[in-house]
Design a protein around this ligand. Structure first.
Ligand code: ZN
Ligand code: MN
Length: 457
């Protein structure tokens, strides 16, 4: 019997606002002395009142719009209750039934840079919602005076957190990988978060279940979903996300093959062992006892406000890549590398605006990509200077070229014959020999052309 994975994901992204979501504490908590960035609001002390961060709300709308979502005309915050020591109020301020943004999508296209498999994926992933909430504190397990204790650091408590929830549209690990990388790229393009997985600014929670392929209604991929799902919490690297999902696919398939149904639950990924372990039975929405946050009035948006935010989206990676291919005649691969970050793409365009006619676009693209130019330390003018200098140094005279090629053909008569007889590999061998003699003063491409020309004669 064949099973296919049904995967949906939730992604949490910490916004890069200067202050936290509902108070004035600095939001940059990474590596700070524990409990130094707190106040009565983010410590949940009685009587403290939350005041929403305007920038965080605007940035959530910005992301929603960039993902093709509809912005709810009216939106509100709700209290989501659960008891855990990293949540000082006993509830998290989140959004329940009126999130800021709903119903978007993200196209997984064949980006040669972030495409992880050889089979190009072309597919639209539906985005159910994008909402805004606050991050929790952090538990640290330590030994104090010989006692094992759990310590709480509230520096992260109350940091603005965006949650992106997809529909269960993924059918493979590769699709999840592509989506999360693309989402990270878009978040960075919008400059609303560093989205650093290692620092916990972006965290992935996949929900996985397995479905019999035969149980699909017709050939439609959606059809009916299994009656259980397993959620894996807080994964902080693309690699671990892949491994955790792969592990779940095998674990659940084995259970199903043996006639068991996996339990609906929340599991954690244990990095050291490469396995997932049960944490708790999955809560239903009613377990959280959601109700509207009484201390924050609902939000309403005029269409003029939304279009003002929409104008800030700018050109996103896919559109930029397409333009680089058509406007500059670059390969998809080069264009993909250049637009990988917005900074690199903008740098490339600054350089080509300043370049002289003798330097080709392709040369500039190659330099930025292959020489890994430090774009923060090298101004466009400096880069152009470097390119001009190196062209002069590497110039090789015609007679030097002739000597090299003659020598190579003389030393490798057999290979030259083989090439004449149609063995393409022999040419690469000759080019390699010529490269040795040229000592870096010419390129493989130029040497190849000269060898072919000489052999023809
Ligand atoms: Zn605070
Ligand atoms: Mn959440």
């Amino acid at each position: 019997m064949n099973y296919e994975p049904i995967i949906g994901i939730e992604v949490h992204v910490e916004l890069g606002t200067a202050s936290k979501m509902f108070c004035g504490c600095p939001a940059d908590h990474f590596g700070k002395e524990p409990n130094t960035q707190t106040c009565p609001v983010c410590l949940g002390l009685p009587g403290a009142l939350p005041v929403p961060n305007k920038k965080a709300v605007e940035w959530t709308i910005l992301l929603g719009l960039a993902l093709g979502c509809t912005i709810n005309e009216e939106s509100k915050f709700d209290r989501k209750h659960y008891f855990y020591p990293d949540l000082p109020k006993g509830y998290q301020i989140s959004q329940y039934d009126q999130p800021l943004a709903i119903g978007g999508s993200l196209e997984l296209s064949n980006n040669p840079i972030i495409q992880s498999s050889n089979n190009p994926i072309k597919k639209k992933i539906r985005i159910r919602r994008v909402h805004l909430e606050e991050d929790t504190g952090k538990l640290q397990h330590a030994v104090v005076d010989g006692q094992r204790v759990s310590l709480v650091d509230f520096n992260r408590s109350g940091v603005a957190l965006v949650e992106i929830v997809t529909e269960p549209d993924f059918r493979s690990v590769e699709e999840v990988d592509l989506f999360t990388k693309k989402l990270q790229q878009i978040v960075r393009y919008l400059r609303i978060s560093s989205a650093d997985m290692e620092k916990g600014s972006m965290r992935i929670e996949p929900s996985i279940s397995m479905r019999k392929v035969e149980s699909r209604k017709s050939k439609v991929e959606s059809g009916e979903y299994p009656n259980y799902r397993v959620e894996i919490k807080n994964i902080n690297s693309f690699k671990f996300a892949r491994k955790a999902i792969e592990y779940e696919i095998i674990r659940q398939t084995e259970m199903l093959v043996h006639g068991d149904t996996p339990t609906q639950q929340t599991r954690g990924y244990v990095e050291a062992k490469g396995v997932t372990v049960a944490q708790r039975e999955k809560e239903e929405a009613h377990d959280y006892r959601y109700f509207p946050e009484p201390d924050i009035p609902p939000m309403r948006w005029e269409s003029s406000q939304l279009s003002a935010i929409s104008r800030q989206i700018g050109e996103l990676p896919d559109a930029k890549m397409k333009r680089f291919i058509t406007a500059y005649g670059l390969s998809a691969y080069d264009a993909g590398l250049l637009v990988e970050t917005k900074e690199r793409a903008e740098y490339f365009e600054q350089v080509i605006r300043q370049k002289s006619a003798v330097i080709s676009l392709k040369t500039i693209a190659n330099w930025i990509i292959n020489k890994k130019v430090d774009i923060e330390k090298t101004s466009p003018a400096q880069l152009l200077e470097q390119i001009v200098e190196s062209t002069v140094v590497s110039a090789i005279t015609d007679s030097e070229m002739e000597t090299i090629i003659k020598q190579v053909l003389l030393d490798n008569v057999k290979a030259a014959e083989d090439y004449k007889n149609g063995k393409a590999q022999a040419l690469m061998f000759l080019v390699g020999q010529a490269m040795r003699l040229a000592k870096g003063k010419s390129t493989a491409e130029i040497l190849k052309i000269n060898i072919i020309e000489t052999i023809k004669i």
